[in-house]
Design a protein. Structure first.
Lengths: 934, 118
């Protein structure tokens, strides 16, 4: 075939084919007309050749031949034949599937759930753990980290994460600003180093006070990341040149949409950040989430040089508000791009040397202190802080959904096998009538694919729903850590592919078995088989496998349910109902030390005056919200010893704290109005602390010292004074429900130098939500720029603490139920089929004198063996896998006997129940009928 | 057609029907029966064409773009489908004619060969 005719064919054939398919009735009419014309003209010619009209018509018909055959040939010429056959197969497959709605429903639903659940969980895992920052060549980004021995490393004040590593080491990704500058000036093994710091600040945007996530960035940040604002300009090196100079901000796409309705007039508008006016100069592109996280974007980006104004550090006294010159405060994160010409190890070694030099050059390293070691780590996911939170749960979830996928595949395989066996006779009849093997295989393929398509569509729907629901179960609306999960088409394609392939494989297996077999044998094959003969895989092994998976999932669900129940039953030690929590964080610039305490006192009074409020207290730590404050607690006579752990948890509270929270004072007195700024310093300890530090003594009246550190761990010289214990309260939970109530002590906040942000705990008479607007009004009346943030009830706070457990209980119970249902269907199907096959055998047994209950027992025994084999395998698997989730459990061991026993019992019950009907049917067989049967 | 079989008529060689159809419509557009008549006429009744196989061949050629069809009036004033050669069909006819000519020359050459040295 020449190229030209090939091109012509490629052009005309599809067109001709589509015309034929879409104008089918016209095509048929045309063919009819054409052949009729031919016949007529031929007849006329034959009459002219002196045949009688009747004879001419007869001869013409013979000469032309069968119009049906010709039309078939014409259709084949147009490439319509396979289309017609597939359409017929599809029509037949639809009819077959509609004829057995039970089978279709089970197959489609299990396919849909498996595909949907997998697509959802894998998309989520990918979003949380594998996606990269949306910047040019994110894979080149390297994050600088250091490691050192805890307690010996020459890093004292860390504002950021310091993660403990095994072996008493600690790891962190924050540096002092001078060290960053040294590294940037000296280092040539990475492309330009840039620095950033994420923190939450009070902002006033369009006259509304709110908390916003802010990223303070170095001037070269945008250039190094290769990000260009969609509107306006980026933050430039000139903005970051001198402290306090560049009063500009770039805003996120989210803030632009939320506050400014995507109006271009946003440029040049003034916002206030901690009371400092900033001009908006640019808007970030939509996908950009900053350098710290790939999950959600900070709302504001400001130059690091603005730090002394927007985020002053007053903890070292008013003379050192700037961290830019601080040589002891480690706080900025540093990233750079890898250079292709420099090898990783080489870059790391060079940077480590420069880093050690920079540390020595900028701070005085004391004797015995160790210089931290610098490491280069992957920066393509930012600081990747969610890894610690989500890596483990996601691994467990991914394993679970993997099991669900396996289960669905087993289920589909089982269903397809059973159907194949049922249709063996049909296949034999088809082959006897002349169907080719390929033709039969194709028909089975069409059926499998139709089923798969239905399942896939269902899966798409389930995946879409899951995508919208899951982030809500994981995200946290109060803290705006809300992020979108993109539907992952790769994952969808993969799971759909796996399940569909399973369906096709097991759908085709019986077809091939039929095709291999002798036609006559297949036709003779009837229920008249008295001996049991295995016909390939009879599905029992598959059912055992399903039971094993179900056991695994049911035990998993049991463990999580027991964990949640255990956590919900924890006595937290205070009244959690009718308690509203809200945070006020006064900016340092406006409320320096002393003024903040006055503000909190005013707010306490204002809130207490709201109708419906029973009592109010402020506290620096809110309970069960994963926050804690800890500092050295030194009873009189004990000296500070850096090698000993002398730290205890504490809380700075208002004088109505114990009353509001409902924490009983077991000895001594509570705080009261008599404890003022100038009166003698007092403290209250809880029973655990009394037991731990004052064994066999009465702590009341005892003195202690505390070198109070503030929340960043800075020595606070002013509070270094003696405090008298005036009371003992009962124990309460502190950071979360899982930990035992720790030793704690309490100090009145009014006796402190500075407290900063405080959580208001408000006991209400009616529903706590009713007074939120009153609270906001009261706050506005005192300072319109002060936002009331993180408003939630204590019960909501606890629910949030238990969010992960709730999620796991919901998902694992769902999976467990699904697994049980599938296993039940599997057992029922296999046993029902087996009983139907063995009607004759059973009839003979009964005729020979077997009792119905013996027959019933026989069937029950058989299915029990299938179940027991599966359960044993499942329990073994559960014991193996449960160790993985040990840290996620509460109050029970991974081999919790109660859970294991109830799981096994449940599975046995389900197995017995699902084969009860087939067993009864077997027992009810009438011998005469059975023997006459077919 | 069996009874009609003239002993002088030859059966069509496999694959040559397409070429004959292309040749027939290259002389002017024809309807299906017309194609049959023209081939008979040119061949001097020397070729037997299965009448039924004509139509699948016509449809195949049209599907491949070698001929095109349009509806028009037939001699007896009825709607009839007329086939005509397209540019691609013309090229194909030329190509197949050359191939056929070469082939028949080669085969003729073989058949004319006389024993060596005879």
């Amino acid at each position: 075939m020449s190229l030209r005719s090939f091109v012509t064919r490629v052009r005309t054939q599809p067109r001709s084919w589509f015309r034929a398919v879409f104008h089918r009735s016209r095509l048929e009419a045309d063919m009819e007309t054409e052949l009729a014309d031919h016949l007529e003209l031929l007849t006329v010619d034959l009459i002219r050749a002196s045949h009688s009209p009747a004879e001419a018509a007869r001869r013409a018909r013979i000469e032309l031949g069968s119009a049906l055959v010709h039309k078939e040939g014409m259709r084949a010429s147009l490439g319509l034949r396979w289309f017609d056959e597939i359409a017929a197969d599809l029509c037949y497959a639809t009819r077959i599937l509609r004829k057995s709605p039970g089978f279709t429903a089970v197959a489609v639903i299990s396919l849909a759930l498996a595909i949907g659940v997998n697509a959802t969980i894998f998309s989520l895992a990918r979003r949380l753990l594998y996606e990269r920052l949306d910047v040019r060549h994110a894979d080149q980004l390297r994050l600088l980290e250091w490691t050192g021995t805890k307690g010996r490393v020459a890093v004292h004040d860390v504002w950021g994460r310091a993660n403990p590593l095994p072996g008493g080491r600690v790891e962190s990704n924050v540096f002092t600003y001078p060290v960053y500058q040294e590294l940037r000036a000296e280092s040539h093994v990475l492309d330009d180093l840039f620095a950033f710091k994420d923190t939450v600040m009070n902002a006033t945007i369009r006259e509304e006070a709110q908390r916003v996530e802010t990223e303070m960035i170095s001037g070269n940040y945008y250039d190094a990341l290769g990000v260009r604002p969609v509107l306006g300009r980026a933050i430039l090196p000139s903005d970051d040149a001198a402290p306090g100079q560049g009063a500009v901000a770039v805003i996120s796409d989210g803030l632009w949409e939320r506050e400014f309705g995507r109006s271009p007039a946003v440029l040049g508008q003034i916002i206030k950040l901690n009371d400092v006016p900033l001009t908006i100069v640019g808007v970030n592109p939509r996908g950009f989430t900053g350098a710290a996280s790939m999950l959600s974007s900070p709302d504001l980006f400001v130059p690091l040089a603005m730090q002394p104004l927007v985020s002053p550090a007053s903890w070292d006294g008013p003379h050192e508000l700037s961290l830019l010159a601080s040589t002891h405060e480690w706080w900025v994160s540093v990233m750079g791009r890898a250079l292709p010409r420099v090898r990783e190890a080489q870059a790391q070694a060079a940077l480590d040397t420069q880093f050690a030099a920079a540390v020595r050059a900028t701070e005085t390293v004391r004797a015995g202190e160790e210089i931290p070691r610098l490491d280069l780590s992957d920066g393509s996911r930012g600081l990747f802080e969610q890894e610690k939170t989500y890596a483990k749960p996601m691994t467990v979830l991914v394993t679970l959904v993997g099991l669900v996928l396996l289960l669905a595949c087993a289920n589909i395989a089982n269903l397809m096998l059973a159907r194949g066996a049922q249709r063996l006779r049909e296949m034999s009849v088809r082959m006897a009538l002349g169907a080719g093997r390929l033709r039969i295989a194709r028909q089975m393929l069409v059926e499998s694919l139709l089923l798969a398509a239905l399942g896939g569509a269902g899966g798409l729907l389930a995946g879409y729903l899951g995508r919208n629901i899951l982030p809500k179960m994981i995200g946290n609306e109060q803290e705006h850590t809300y992020f979108a999960v993109h539907f992952d088409w790769m994952v969808f394609a993969f799971t759909a592919g796996v399940t569909i392939l399973t369906g096709i494989l097991f759908g085709l297996a019986p077809a091939f078995a039929a095709a291999r077999g002798e036609v006559a044998h297949g036709l003779k094959e009837t229920t008249q088989t008295t001996t049991r003969r295995r016909k390939g895989m009879d599905g029992k092994a598959l059912v055992s496998f399903q039971v094993a998976l179900s056991t695994l999932l049911v035990i998993g669900a049991g463990l999580f349910i027991r964990t949640l129940a255990g956590l919900s039953a924890v006595n937290v030690g205070f009244r959690t109902d009718h308690l509203l929590l809200a945070v006020i964080d006064p900016p340092e610039s406006r409320y320096p030390a002393g003024k903040d305490i006055l503000l909190h006192q005013r707010l306490e009074q204002a809130f207490a005056a709201i109708p419906g409020v029973e009592s109010v207290t402020a506290a620096t730590v809110s309970y069960l919200s994963d926050s804690l404050s800890s500092t050295d607690f030194l009873p009189e006579g004990e000296k500070y010893d850096p090698l000993k752990s002398q730290g205890e948890d504490y809380n700075l509270v208002g004088d109505r704290f114990f009353e509001t929270m409902g924490i009983p004072i077991v000895a001594g007195r509570s705080f009261g109005p008599q404890d003022t700024r100038t009166s003698a310093k007092v403290g209250i300890i809880n029973e655990s602390l009394a037991r731990a530090r004052f064994p066999w003594q009465n702590p009341i009246g005892k003195l202690f010292q505390t070198s109070l550190h503030d929340m960043h761990g800075h020595d606070n010289q002013n509070t270094n004074q003696t405090i008298r214990i005036v009371g003992i309260c009962s124990d309460t939970s502190y950071t979360n429900l899982r930990d035992e109530p720790p030793p704690q002590f309490f100090l009145p906040y009014v006796q402190q130098v500075r407290v900063g942000a405080m959580t208001y705990e408000i006991r209400t008479l009616m529903g706590p939500e009713a007074i939120v607007s009153e609270l906001r009004r009261a706050t506005q009346a005192i300072d319109p720029d002060l936002p009331l943030v993180n408003v939630r009830t204590q019960d909501e706070q606890i629910a949030e603490d238990l969010q992960q457990e709730h999620l796991f209980v919901t998902l694992t119970s769902g999976f467990g139920l699904l697994a049980l249902a599938l296993a039940a269907v599997g057992i029922y199907g296999v046993m029902a089929y087996s009983v139907a096959q063995r009607t004759n055998e059973i009839g003979i047994r009964l005729a020979l004198g077997a009792q119905p209950q013996q027959v019933r027992g026989m069937i029950l025994r058989e299915s029990t063996w299938i179940a027991v084999a599966g359960i044993v395998a499942g329990v073994a698997g559960a014991l193996l896998l449960a160790r993985l989730i040990k840290t996620m459990l509460y109050g029970i061991a991974p081999y919790d006997p109660l859970t294991l026993c109830s799981g096994v019992l449940l599975l046995l019950l389900v197995a017995l129940a699902s084969c009860w009907i087939p067993a009864r049917r077997a027992a009810g067989v009438q011998p005469m009928e059975a023997l006459r049967h077919e | 057609m069996g009874q009609e079989l003239d002993h002088r008529q030859m059966d069509l060689l496999q694959g040559t029907l397409d070429m004959l159809i292309l040749k027939a419509v290259s002389l002017g557009s024809l309807h299906g029966y017309g194609v049959l008549l023209r081939i008979r006429q040119i061949s001097g009744e020397g070729l037997a064409i299965q009448q039924g196989s004509l139509y699948p061949a016509l449809y195949r050629l049209e599907h491949q773009g070698a001929i095109a069809s349009s509806w028009g009036e037939s001699e007896n004033n009825r709607r009839a489908k007329y086939y005509r050669l397209t540019a691609a069909g013309r090229a194909r006819l030329k190509q197949e004619t050359e191939k056929w000519t070469r082939m028949s020359e080669v085969i003729n050459g073989i058949l004319r060969a006389t024993p060596e040295g005879a």
